[in-house]
Design a protein. Structure first.
Length: 620
């Protein structure tokens, strides 16, 4: 990696001060409000509805609002996407009653549709408390539809005088949560440009913004707790814009929040737009939220669109703003979707709710089609331990949550403790390879442990730099003296931070941990794609007249057909793999590097493994 292309500006993050907004955020306008009632003979029916012109909910929202298995829970919040134009949110309640025709249980749901122009979920979560209140009241008396009339009149979208997008009073983590801004530079998406800004400076939101009580980002700590080191291979799949399906049980509110958060964490920061070719994937992964058997035709059509996009001659004709066939993340309670492995690229099966009380930690199961298991790497485990240690420091700074958030059931950071013993990770971590064991043993013998210690320090420094200014205490480190050292620039940033007053003080916003998690993953994405872009620039400089913009390999000039020569593979050495934060001993990470090179830069990659040579002979 060419270090001279990197600036020395520190990574910074600005957070809104506590108490900066005492009022609840403005509710986004709605295009539909509906009441769904359960009937023993007819099933779920729309008992009441009001919609804007052109919006149709009949035969559509009933199944999306009420996924399979809801009869086993007393309440839930369900998110979904309606016909690609609206975000849906329904509040479900299940209360006992004396009516025999209702099987002694009254199950209703009150839902809204919000235009997606207001954000990734249309900021529909702002209606959560109002919908829950309506559902509870109507469960007592379903004839009291005046409540629905009042809510509709107060919140419907006025086509003649539409409300502006609702942004006041809330940190806009949706587009995206953390914006990597580069001063005095306009984003570009074509080719590779040498004048990249060296800044990864991060800004979050104007000081008056904060997260509202039901914002999905409050589940970010729960996401890390539930997935542990598995969050990293899932994040890599999301970066490749794969189709990720989460199979779960009711209630689905938490998993819907996970869907949102995985989409947010895998955003491509805007600062990278000038180094990515114009054909690279969309900036975000589509969140579909709750899906079911009635969505199978849509998923099948989307898969066909995905295959068409994979054909270069058709990709040019596609509308780049159309997200059809671009990968997605969703959750389902219908097990039949998990069985149809042509509909997804990665399946995450969540353990049942009661497993949270098990003596041993029960982790989700992650797999590819045909049951191929996916595990986190040894490198992922070390990175996860560094991340949780940094977030612990951040969480130790006391804060005073506002009364509204403290009263909500989704405020779960108090349960976030990561007290699992290290051996609990064995079930989800790749075993240490023989090559890694041989290398570690040899290097320990050859250098009395000094080489391994140096490599461990370098790795820790690289990981710590991703959280450098997000934690209240930046550890003191020995600075490398050579600019060619890959950790020089990240540690230079840390050194500058030692002289700055931390922005994450006790008075910082209560969402500082959640925002730090988002910033961390966006910086991880920046690290991987920037290293890869530097490799390509070095290759293009070294071979300016090379027709295929690559390095010669044994594949040479093999042809795909008479008119499309196969690009020569770009060599990615083990040092670059380490600089990307990946595991040099993992075959899965090597495959990821190849996929990342192909998906984002349309190049073939050849990954060089790490090893030791003795007298010119490779021994491991």
């Amino acid at each position: 990696m060419t270090s001279s292309r990197r600036g020395q500006s520190p990574l910074t993050i600005s957070l809104p001060p506590a108490g900066s907004s005492s009022h609840l955020p403005e509710l986004p306008p709605i295009d539909a409000l509906f009441l769904i009632d359960f009937d023993v003979k007819k099933g779920y029916t729309i008992a009441w509805q009001q919609t804007a012109p052109g919006v149709n909910v009949d035969g559509r929202v009933e199944y999306k609002s009420l996924p399979s298995g809801l009869h086993t829970v007393s309440e839930d919040l369900i998110y979904f996407v309606h016909e690609g134009a609206h975000a849906g949110l329904s509040a479900f309640v299940n209360v006992p009653c004396e009516e025999e025709e209702s099987r002694h249980a009254r199950m209703i749901a009150v839902g809204v549709l919000v235009p997606l122009s207001y954000g990734r979920l249309g900021r529909a979560w702002r209606h959560a408390q109002g919908l829950k209140d309506l559902a509870n009241e109507l469960a007592k008396d379903r004839t009291n539809t005046e409540l629905l009339d009042t809510y509709w009149k107060s919140n419907k979208l006025d086509k003649d005088d539409p409300k502006p997008p609702a942004t006041s009073g809330e940190t806009p983590v949706v587009t995206p949560a953390v914006t990597f801004s580069e001063p005095n530079e306009q984003p570009q998406r074509k080719g590779h440009y040498r004048n990249r800004s060296g800044s990864d400076r991060t800004s979050l939101a104007p000081a008056e913004h904060r997260l509202s009580p039901y914002h999905p980002a409050w589940r970010l700590t729960s996401l890390l707790d539930k997935f542990g080191p598995l969050i990293f291979p899932i994040h890599r799949a999301a970066l490749l814009r794969q189709r990720i399906l989460i199979s779960c049980h009711t209630p689905v509110q938490e998993i819907c929040d996970f869907v949102y958060n995985l989409s947010i964490l895998s955003n491509v920061p805007l600062s990278l737009t000038n180094i990515l070719p114009e054909h690279s994937p969309t900036q975000r992964l589509r969140p579909l939220f709750t899906i079911g058997v009635h969505d199978i035709p849509f998923l099948t059509e989307d898969y066909e669109a995905l295959k068409r996009r994979g054909q270069r001659e058709n990709a040019i004709d596609d509308d780049l703003d159309d997200e059809t066939g671009t990968g997605w993340v969703a959750c389902t309670t219908d097990s039949i979707l998990a069985m149809k492995d042509t509909l997804w690229d990665m399946l995450i099966t969540m353990p049942p709710e009661h497993s949270s009380h098990a003596k041993d930690k029960v982790w989700p199961t992650v797999e590819c089609p045909k049951g191929v298991p996916i595990r986190a790497t040894q490198r992922d485990l070390r990175r996860f331990n560094t991340l949780r240690a940094g977030l612990f420091q951040l969480a130790d700074t006391p804060s005073s949550p506002n009364g509204v958030r403290a009263s909500t059931s989704h405020s779960n950071r108090s349960a976030w403790h990561f007290d699992h013993a290290d051996d609990s990770f064995d079930k989800v971590i790749e075993p240490l390879s023989w090559a890694a064991l041989a290398y570690n043993g040899y290097m320990w013998w050859a250098s009395a442990g000094e080489q391994l210690h140096s490599e461990e320090q370098e790795e820790t420094s690289r990981d710590t730099a991703l959280l450098a200014d997000l934690t209240p205490h930046t550890p003191t480190m020995t600075m490398p003296t050579s600019r060619s050292d890959p950790t020089y620039e990240s540690l230079a940033s840390l050194a500058a931070l030692r002289h700055q007053k931390s922005t994450l003080s006790a008075e910082a916003d209560e969402a500082r941990v959640e925002l730090a998690i988002v910033a961390y993953f966006h910086r991880l994405t920046t690290q991987m794609l920037s290293v890869m872009s530097d490799i390509i620039e070095d290759v293009d400089e070294a071979y300016p007249d090379n027709e295929h913009n690559g390095t010669p390999t044994e594949e040479g000039d093999a042809l795909l057909d008479d008119s499309h020569p196969q690009p020569r593979a770009v060599m990615v050495d083990s040092r670059s793999v380490e600089n990307m934060g990946l595991d040099v001993w993992s075959d899965a990470d090597a495959a990821f590097v190849k996929d990342l090179m192909r998906v984002y830069f349309d190049r073939l990659a050849k990954v060089e493994g790490k090893g030791v040579e003795v007298c010119g002979v490779r021994v491991c």
